[in-house]
Ligand binder design. Structure first.
Ligand code: DCP
Ligand code: MG
Length: 357
């Protein structure tokens, strides 16, 4: 029975930016804070849970938030830091599955249908991920666990903060019946309005319509809505591995001619590309070099290795050789890029099936 069902975890960090700021500045702990700008058109990016009690929330204009709670502490966002924290959260995810699809810095789907990890259930695995995040990063995450993306995403919001919520296959259809359409993940504002025009306010209301009627009303979305109303969502968790290539390129502020400068720029781009390639934790076999000259003529040259590319020095030497075969010496160079593709695709069928609960 469990065979047909996938096991998906959706992780969403609690008050992400605000929690990081409170973690790193003890004076802000327990205090209503907002991360965001206070300038003329400043808005609250996120509010700490202490501030939310007063009704302060994301996207609220700063002046309004301050009117509601004049002692609200505003903290300037530090996106670089949030990105670094996000990368660390992803390192934790990767211990448990390679199939990770980020939705934003603080949210991601994990497909753990097959996992080599020693825990036998997706719920226990989600608990372990929350524990790792808390112990190693001193931050709280909420987790939703279910058999598809739609329900996993809804589930992570059910029990926030510090949530852990499971929706089992037999509970899915009932759960959706009561779900207001504003909470439908994947349904935009326009579709939501059209749903209301047709007296559709919650999942159960969709069941009145045939598939054809839903297609007539909502176009392509119709099929999706028909399935969702029955707890069915076939969308895959699209991992970074499924991205076709990983590359870095740079257009130079001034065209470059000098061979020494070309090597210097090549080295910078190569290093940045290699770092990105490593951080994506996937192996590719084909490397492509892209150059653009003064006349905007773009040339690409590739080579493919029999084995996955892991030897930094070797690939650097190959690329350098290719570069000097490709560019005309003395001709000004406008853009240089390196990318890798031909990634391994086998990510299922490894490990064993987990139970959902
Ligand atoms: N964010 C933003 N502007 C918004 C919404 C969010 O800049 N309108 C940023 C700040 C958040 C982060 O994205 O910290 C994550 O968004 P969430 O919607 O997940 O909100 P939080 O993580 O802050 O809170 P919650 O505990 O409700 O998930
Ligand atoms: Mg969040």
């Amino acid at each position: 029975m469990s065979k047909e069902f996938r096991k998906i975890i959706h992780i969403d960090m609690d008050a992400f930016y605000a929690s990081i700021e409170q973690r790193d500045n003890p004076e802000l702990r327990g205090v209503p804070i907002a991360v965001g700008g206070t300038g003329g058109r400043g808005v609250v990016a996120t509010a700490s849970y202490e501030a939310r009690k007063y009704g302060i929330h994301s996207a609220m204009p700063a002046h309004l938030a301050l009117r509601i709670y004049p002692r609200l502490v505003f903290v300037q966002p530090n996106f670089e830091k949030y990105q670094q924290v996000s990368a660390k959260i992803h390192e934790i995810f990767r211990r448990y599955t390679p199939i990770i699809e980020p939705l934003s810095l603080d949210e991601a789907f994990l497909d753990v249908t097959y996992s080599d990890f020693h825990l036998p259930s997706a719920t226990l695995l989600a608990k372990q991920i929350k524990k790792d995040i808390q112990e190693e990063l001193n931050l709280i995450a909420s987790a939703g666990i279910s058999y598809n993306k739609f329900l996993a995403k809804i589930a992570s919001d059910q029990d926030k903060p510090d949530g852990l919520f499971v929706i089992l296959p037999e509970q899915g259809p009932e759960f959706i019946k009561e779900l207001p359409i504003e909470k439908f993940f994947g349904v935009g504002k326009v579709t939501a309005e059209r749903m209301k025009d047709n007296d559709i306010f919650k999942g159960a209301d969709l069941l009145r319509f045939s598939k054809i009627e839903l297609y007539q009303l909502f176009g392509k979305m119709g099929g999706f809505l028909y399935n969702i109303a029955r707890g069915i969502d076939y969308r895959e968790v699209k991992s970074e591995r499924k991205r076709k290539s990983v590359g870095v390129e740079s257009t130079f502020p001034n065209d470059i001619v000098d061979e020494i400068v070309i090597i210097e720029r090549f080295t910078q781009i190569f290093e940045a590309w290699w770092k990105r390639y490593q951080s994506h934790q996937k192996s590719g076999k084909s490397v492509t070099l892209k150059v653009r000259n003064q006349d905007f003529e773009t040339l690409t040259r590739s080579f493919t290795d029999e084995n996955y590319i892991t030897d930094k020095l070797k690939v650097r030497a190959q690329l350098e050789e290719l570069l000097f075969e490709t560019i005309e010496l003395g001709a000004p160079l406008r853009l240089l890029g390196i990318s890798i593709s031909g990634f391994e695709t086998n990510e299922e069928g490894i490990g064993r099936q987990l139970t959902l609960w």
